[in-house]
Design a binder for this molecule. Structure first.
Ligand SMILES: C[S@@+](CC[C@H](N)C(=O)[O-])C[C@H]1O[C@@H](n2cnc3c(N)ncnc32)[C@H](O)[C@@H]1O
Length: 243
């Protein structure tokens, strides 16, 4: 695979390293984001809701969503077939995985009760296309839950990379992750975060949603990074409601 392919399919090789994802899933920032997404999924009022994860990657949160809402029909959408394959290996049913762009979800209009997305919007060149598509796909009153790296991405991404590095180095010491897996994961994160297209402040995220016909219900931070200047918000997490 050449570099141009990797730009079209971000994180293309990361799906190969499940041992690394087993560590990421346990990190405090990821657990906090997952807990809030699951709280919002549990609170969907309709019975047997249609839930879509936009940019679901290897299926970590998708599996959790299925566990906390057994009556729900939960789909995973991802642009990268390598991630989709990994999600299937991790137990996401094949029929619930769709290889698609979040800007064109291949889902019927006004059919979904809830869409959630973790750590995807910051990588999108045109995030407004995702919001417009979510608006099309959701039923009236449906929820759109987004967690994404905010405006501090470029200033503090080294702090975040060091945070990942600390936990992965400990996993290498324990022998559960190989030094090669850690190196590739960290290198790819450095590359994709450097090229990040849309690190948005919580205010920009609010405006983006409101422009596309959403009301904002909750705005919070799921990860605050420790920097030399003190704690700074890094991941924002927002719940929108389609008007
Ligand atoms: C940082 S990973 C996060 C994966 C997953 N949400 C998680 O939390 O483990 C970003 C994911 O978004 C996917 N992605 C990036 N751009 C996308 C797009 N335009 N449409 C669909 N998926 C996209 C990538 O392939 C990757 O799996």
């Amino acid at each position: 695979m050449n570099h141009a392919d990797e730009d079209v399919k971000p994180f293309s090789r990361q799906g190969l390293y499940q041992a690394v994802y087993d560590i990421i899933e346990e990190l405090p920032f990821y657990r906090a984001a997952t807990a809030l997404h699951m709280q919002w999924i549990r609170s969907i009022a309709s019975r047997r809701p249609l839930v879509i994860e936009a940019g679901g990657g290897t299926g970590l949160m998708n599996t959790e969503a299925r566990r906390v809402r057994r009556d729900a029909d939960v789909y995973l959408l991802d642009i990268n077939p390598a991630m989709a394959e990994q999600a299937e290996r991790q137990g996401v049913p094949r029929g619930k995985i769709v290889v698609a762009d979040v800007a064109e979800m291949c889902v019927r209009s006004r059919s979904a009760d809830h869409i959630f997305s973790h750590s995807v919007v910051w990588a999108l060149p045109l995030p407004d296309m995702f919001f417009a598509e979510a608006q099309r796909v959701l039923k009236s009153g449906g929820g759109l839950a987004v967690s994404t790296v905010g405006e501090n991405l470029h200033a503090y991404r080294q702090c975040f990379i060091s945070y990942l590095d600390k936990y992965l180095s400990a996993a290498v010491e324990r022998g559960v992750v190989s030094p090669e897996q850690k190196r590739i994961f960290i290198e790819q994160n450095e590359r994709v975060t450097e090229a990040a297209k849309s690190p948005l402040s919580s205010e920009q995220l609010r405006e983006l949603g409101e422009r596309d016909g959403f009301d904002v219900e909750v705005v919070t931070d799921c990860y605050v990074v420790d920097t030399l200047e003190g704690p700074r918000p890094y991941y924002h997490q927002i719940l929108y409601r389609k008007r």
